[in-house]
Structure formats: C-alpha cells, structure tokens
Ligand binder design. Structure first.
Ligand SMILES: [Zn+2]
Length: 110
C-alpha cells in the first residue's frame, strides 16, 4: 500500500494532515480536520483529489498529481464526478434563482 501525506493549512492554527493510501484499485483518504475525523466530506481531501494544491504547506505539492493519477477507474473517481456535477447544477440553479428574484423585483415596480 502506497501512502502520500500532505500538510494543509485550514482554519485551525495547526495544519491538518491529509493522507491518501492507494489500496489496489481503491483510494483511502483521511484528514485530521473536524469533518474528516467524523468521516464526513471535507474540502481538504476533495481539493487534492481535484488536482489543486492550494493550502498545502508541506514541500510535496508535486505529489498532488500522483494522487490524482490514482483516481482513474476507482469508485472514488465516480463519486467525485457526481459531486462535481451536482455542484455545477447547484451553481446553475443559484444563477437562475438570482435572475428570477431580479425579475420579481422588476415586476413589482410600476
Ligand atoms: Zn479536512
């Protein structure tokens, strides 16, 4: 089993430790932030899986691409795509809602 660890600066003073383990055709990911410790979605793991290195304070930012390459064909990749797609839909709904509110406001003026 291969391991890659990153230190990520979050809202706490102490950086969070984000660990990825390649386990055969699956990826395990852990984070020491409160959400991660409770097994919930956390942006620290998500960002790295998405290939982004913002917030990483350890000197191995280049290893983000290795973690991203582990994704191919895993259940994590499929679940990650679903989240990205839903976020895209949510963004579109937010824009539509904003436009509808503006229209309502316009409709109420003379
Ligand atoms: Zn986290």
């Amino acid at each position: 089993m291969e391991d890659i660890c990153f230190l990520v600066q979050g809202s706490a003073e102490e950086p969070y430790k984000v660990t990825f383990k390649k386990n055969g055709s699956n990826i395990l990911a852990y984070c020491t932030c409160p959400a991660g410790m409770h097994g919930q979605h956390c942006k620290h793991r998500f960002r790295i899986l998405d290939g982004r290195d913002d917030g990483i304070v350890s000197d191995n930012k280049d290893e983000v691409m290795i973690v991203k390459s582990w994704l191919r064909g895993t259940d994590v990749e499929a679940a990650l795509h679903e989240v990205v797609e839903k976020e895209r839909v949510l963004e579109k709904v937010k824009q539509d809602l904003s436009a509808a509110k503006k229209k309502l406001a316009r409709t109420m003026k003379e």
